[in-house]
Design a protein around this ligand. Structure first.
Ligand code: HEM
Length: 515
C-alpha cells in the first residue's frame, strides 16, 4: 500500500516538474521561459545557449575577467549566427544580433524601460533622461530637445574650436610626439561637454576642475566594478562592501554640478531682469546674443514650474556622463584609424584644406556638415568600434515581438550593437575598414537597423549631432597641423566589458607636424 502511494506521489511530482519545466527554466533558477507564437518551438526563431554548468547560463561568466565577459558575447554571436536566448538567475535574456530584431525592439513603444544594469547608474544619475521611463522620460525628452536645435549647436561651435586649439597647445614647439589617446582625449571631451552643458570652463577652475575630473573617473570605475561582479548586484552587499568609495566621489561630482547650477541660475536671472520681463523663455533661448549652455534650457523650464533643482541636477549629470565617455571613445578609435589608414587620412585632409581656412574661423556648423569624407570615416569607425557596444531593455509586461517571440514580463533584452555592426548578413568583409560603405549609393539597400551607433527609435541618442560636430571639429584642427602615424597593431587590442567600449591596452599614435 505504502509502495503504491509512493509510486503515485512520485508520478505526480514528476508530472508537476515536467509541467513547470515547460513554462520555467528550472535550472536557470526558475526563469520564466521565452515562447514562440502558435506553439512553434522557440529554437526555430531564437536558439538557446547551452550553459557551462547544469544551471542554464547562471554561471557562464563565473571566473571570467572583463575581457572574458566581452568575448563571451562575441563567441555566442559567432557560434549561433542568430539572435539567441539565455537563462540566468531567474531571468530570461533575449540577445539581439540581427537588424530585424533590433528594429522590433527599438521601435516598440512598450519597450522603453531600460535593463537592470542601468539601475547601477541611479546613485549617480538618479532618474535623468537616460535612466528614467514613462511620463517623466517623455516630459524630459520634450524639454531637452530644443537644446540640440541647429542654432544652439552653432553657438557651441566656438567653444569646440577653442577647446580644439587648446588641445593642440600641448604640442606647441614639438615637431613630433607619441601620445596615448586614452590620456589626452578625455580631457578635451570633458572640458567641451562641461562648457557646453554647464557653461563653465573646467580648466579655469584649477583645483576644483581636477577634483571633478578625478572623481568623475572614480564613479565610472565603481560602476564597472559593480557591473562586472554579480556579488555586488545586490544592494545590501554593495552597501556593505563597495559603496564607501562611491559615495565620496558622488558627493564631489554632485556638489560641483549643484553649485554651478545655482550660480548659472543667478546669472541668468540677472540677465533676464536687465533685458526686460516681456521676453518668453523661448525668445530668450533663440534670440539672445549671449552664448547658451544646455543647462539654461532647464533653468528656463524651472521658471515655468516644469522641473525642480533636483531634476536639473539629474539632467546635467546625465548630459555630462553621456556626452563625455562616448565621444572620447569615438575620437580615440577615429584617430587610431587615421593612423592605420593613411590613404583615408589624406582624403580627409584634402577635403579639409579645400573647405576650411587655417584659422578655423569659417568652421561653422554648415561647413562641419559639408565634410562628407570625414563623416564616412567617423561612421565606419563607429561601425567597428561603437562607443555603446550594447543597450539593455526590460519588458514590463508579456511582450510579443514582430518575429513571433513572446517574452515574459521582466525579461532582459540586450541589443548587441557590436555584433549587429559586424554581422556578415549586412556587411561584406565586416572586419575591414571601408568608409565608402557609407556613400549614399552603397547605403541605400542596407537594412536601416544594421547601423545603430546612436540607437534608434524613441530612445535614440539626443546628442548625436553634437557628438559628430565635436568629433569632426577636433579632427579638423588636428589634421590641419599634424599627420597621424601608427603606433599600435590593431590585432593587439583587447576589448573589455563596460557600459561603453573599453580596451585593456592604451591606444597610441604618433603626431608629426606638417611642413
Ligand atoms: C559618439 C558619441 C555618442 C554615442 C555613440 C552615443 C550613443 C548613445 C546611445 C547608443 C544611446 C542609447 C542608450 C540606450 O538606449 O541605452 C544614447 C542615449 C543618450 N545619449 Fe548619446 N551618444 C553619444 C554622445 C552623446 C552626447 C554628446 C550627448 C549629450 C550631449 C548624449 C546624450 C545622450 C542622452 C541624454 C541619452 C538618453 C536619451 C533618451 O533615453 O532619451 N550622447 N546615446
Amino acid at each position: 500500500m505504502l509502495f503504491l502511494w509512493l509510486v503515485g506521489a512520485f508520478i505526480m511530482l514528476f508530472q508537476w516538474i515536467y509541467r513547470l519545466n515547460r513554462d520555467y527554466c528550472i535550472l536557470g533558477f526558475f526563469a520564466k521561459r521565452i515562447r514562440a507564437k502558435n506553439g512553434q518551438p522557440t529554437e526555430s526563431i531564437a536558439p538557446f545557449v547551452k550553459g557551462s554548468t547544469i544551471f542554464a547560463n547562471s554561471f557562464d561568466l563565473y571566473g571570467k575577467d572583463h575581457s572574458g565577459v566581452f568575448e563571451h558575447s562575441r563567441d555566442c554571436a559567432k557560434k549561433l549566427g542568430k539572435s539567441y536566448v539565455e537563462y540566468a538567475m531567474g531571468t530570461a535574456i533575449y540577445n539581439v544580433i540581427d537588424a530585424d530584431s533590433a528594429e522590433h525592439v527599438l521601435n516598440d513603444p512598450n519597450l522603453i524601460n531600460k535593463g537592470t544594469v542601468y539601475y547601477f547608474l541611479h546613485p549617480f544619475l538618479r532618474t535623468g533622461l537616460l535612466t528614467s521611463t514613462g511620463k517623466k522620460w517623455h516630459a524630459r525628452r520634450k524639454m531637452l530637445t530644443p537644446t540640440f536645435h541647429f542654432n544652439i549647436l552653432n553657438q557651441f561651435q566656438e567653444i569646440l574650436i577653442t577647446e580644439s586649439l587648446k588641445f593642440l597647445e600641448q604640442f606647441k614647439g614639438k615637431d613630433e610626439a607619441v601620445i596615448s589617446l586614452n590620456e589626452v582625449i578625455p580631457r578635451f571631451t570633458l572640458n567641451s561637454i562641461c562648457e557646453t552643458a554647464m557653461g563653465v570652463k573646467l580648466d579655469e577652475m584649477a583645483e576644483k576642475g581636477d577634483r571633478y575630473r578625478e572623481n568623475f573617473r572614480q564613479i565610472e570605475e565603481c560602476f564597472i566594478r559593480r557591473m562586472s561582479n554579480p556579488l555586488l548586484w545586490s544592494d545590501t552587499l554593495f552597501k556593505m562592501f563597495a559603496e564607501k568609495d562611491y559615495t565620496s566621489a558622488l558627493d564631489v561630482v554632485h556638489g560641483f554640478s549643484s553649485e554651478i547650477i545655482a550660480k548659472r541660475r543667478d546669472q541668468l536671472n540677472d540677465d533676464m531682469d536687465s533685458r526686460g520681463k516681456t521676453q518668453t523663455a523661448e525668445d530668450e533661448l533663440f534670440t539672445s546674443k549671449k552664448r547658451f549652455a544646455m543647462l539654461d534650457t532647464l533653468i528656463l523650464a524651472e521658471k515655468d514650474g516644469l522641473i525642480d533643482h533636483i531634476g536639473i541636477c539629474e539632467e546635467v549629470d546625465t548630459l555630462m556622463f553621456e556626452g563625455y565617455d562616448t565621444t572620447s571613445i569615438g575620437l580615440i578609435f577615429g584617430l587610431m584609424n587615421m593612423s592605420l589608414y593613411p590613404k583615408e587620412q589624406e582624403k580627409c585632409y584634402q577635403e579639409i584644406q579645400a573647405n576650411i581656412n587655417d584659422e578655423l574661423n569659417n568652421l561653422d556648423i554648415g561647413q562641419v556638415n559639408k565634410l562628407k569624407n570625414m563623416e564616412y570615416f567617423i561612421k565606419e569607425t563607429m561601425r567597428l568600434f561603437p562607443s555603446v557596444p550594447a543597450m539593455g531593455r526590460e519588458t514590463t509586461r508579456e511582450t510579443e515581438l514582430g518575429n513571433g517571440l513572446i517574452l515574459p514580463k521582466g525579461s532582459q533584452i540586450a541589443v548587441h550593437v557590436f555584433d549587429i555592426h559586424r554581422n556578415p548578413e549586412y556587411w561584406d568583409s565586416p572586419e575591414e575598414f571601408r568608409p565608402e560603405r557609407f556613400l549614399p549609393e552603397n547605403s541605400q539597400n542596407r537594412h536601416t537597423y544594421a547601423y545603430i551607433p546612436f540607437s534608434a527609435g524613441q530612445r535614440n541618442c539626443i546628442g548625436q549631432k553634437f557628438a559628430m560636430q565635436e568629433m569632426k571639429t577636433l579632427m579638423v584642427a588636428l589634421l590641419k597641423q599634424f599627420q597621424i602615424l601608427p603606433e599600435i597593431d590593431p590585432k593587439t587590442i583587447v576589448f573589455q566589458t563596460g557600459l561603453t567600449l573599453r580596451t585593456k591596452n592604451q591606444i597610441h599614435v604618433k603626431l608629426v607636424r606638417r611642413k
